[in-house]
Design a protein around this ligand. Structure first.
Ligand SMILES: [Zn+2]
Ligand SMILES: [Zn+2]
Length: 320
């Protein structure tokens, strides 16, 4: 549990009780990403302290509620950690990411960095048995990447700039390369850049022509403005990384450049998660875990959070 900015401790809490529409999951692993680090560091306040962090999780069902059909104890699952209401106008229109009452696990409701968690059954996705936990902890951030790619409308054979090769940038590079897109990446950390290139992306060289698509994953200051200057006329920019700075472009830049600007918030239930889970199945070449660089046991969670901000790839915590 987070007890204050940058301070974690392992705490015993009562085992959560499984409601009629829930499943109880014994967690196997939880991945760390930028939004977890922001809560850990106090840049994004936790709703209260002490707080259970984490939203990228996988585990095994140990109990199912009385009203749950189609899931059973013993199944391995990944958790879709954005519990939308499924009843409002946005949800009914399929835009569940815009649900006003969406609960964001680890950010607005307690997280997954825990031995046991209770999950509404609709948001627990069974996965084929025997997959490595490195792949499974990447399903959630991988779905964020794939939803951004889907919303962009980019087609095989096209090219793009990806800014940032942290774990989200790496998963996006992987998804775009698999989709048949030529990916050019901009990343100051040489180890991360090398990892992106190993996944099939190429470094963005000075003098390269403007590109028709731009994906921003880092949230670093000033990078949106830089990326928009590399965007071809009539191009599409997709923002995933967040900060609170003004964009640094004028309406004239947008109008004269005929730019489409897309803010890509998480993913929409159920299609986006279903797509990533289906891509894990037998006969596919998707190895989401290729973006993982390190894992730590629960007792070293503090070290994991410290390492995650500069690691060359995704860091996850082993809860086995
Ligand atoms: Zn995340
Ligand atoms: Zn809703």
């Amino acid at each position: 549990m987070l007890t204050g900015p940058g301070a974690l401790s392992v705490v015993s809490v009562p085992e959560p009780s499984c409601g009629p529409g829930d499943v109880l999951v014994r967690m196997r692993g939880t991945g760390l990403c930028g939004s977890d680090l922001a809560v850990y560091a106090g840049r994004r306040p936790a709703p209260y302290l002490p707080w259970i962090l984490g939203h990228e999780g996988t585990g095994r069902i140990v109990a199912v509620g009385a009203e749950v059909g189609g899931l059973r104890a013993g199944q391995d699952v990944v958790i879709e950690p954005d519990y939308c209401c499924l009843a409002c106008a946005a949800c009914l229109a399929g835009r569940t990411s815009a649900c006003d009452s969406r609960a964001a696990v680890g950010l607005t409701v307690p997280g997954l960095l825990s031995e046991y968690v209770v999950v509404p059954a609709t948001f627990a996705w069974p996965v084929p048995p025997g997959l490595p936990p490195e792949d499974l902890v990447c399903v959630e951030p991988g779905t964020v990447a794939r939803a951004a790619m889907r919303r962009s409308g980019i087609a095989p054979g096209q090219s793009c700039l990806v800014s940032g090769a942290g774990s989200q940038g790496l998963l996006l590079c992987q998804a775009l390369v698999e989709h048949g897109v030529a990916v050019f990446v901009q990343e100051p950390n040489q180890a991360r850049l090398a990892r992106a290139c190993a996944l099939g992306a190429a470094p963005l060289l000075p003098g390269r022509d403007r590109l028709p698509y731009f994906f921003e994953t880092s949230g670093a200051p000033g990078v949106v403005e830089q990326g928009l200057r590399r965007l071809a006329r009539h191009g599409t920019a997709v923002l995933i990384g967040m900060n609170t700075d003004p964009l640094g472009v004028s309406p004239r830049d947008v109008v004269a450049g005929q730019i489409t600007l897309i803010g890509s918030m998480v993913y929409d239930h159920p299609g986006d998660f279903a797509g990533t889970v289906a891509a894990l199945g037998p006969g596919t070449k998707t190895r989401l875990g290729a973006v993982v660089s390190d894992n730590y046991p629960l007792e070293d969670a503090q070290a994991a959070f410290v390492a995650a901000s500069s690691a060359s790839g995704k860091v996850w915590i082993d809860l086995s």
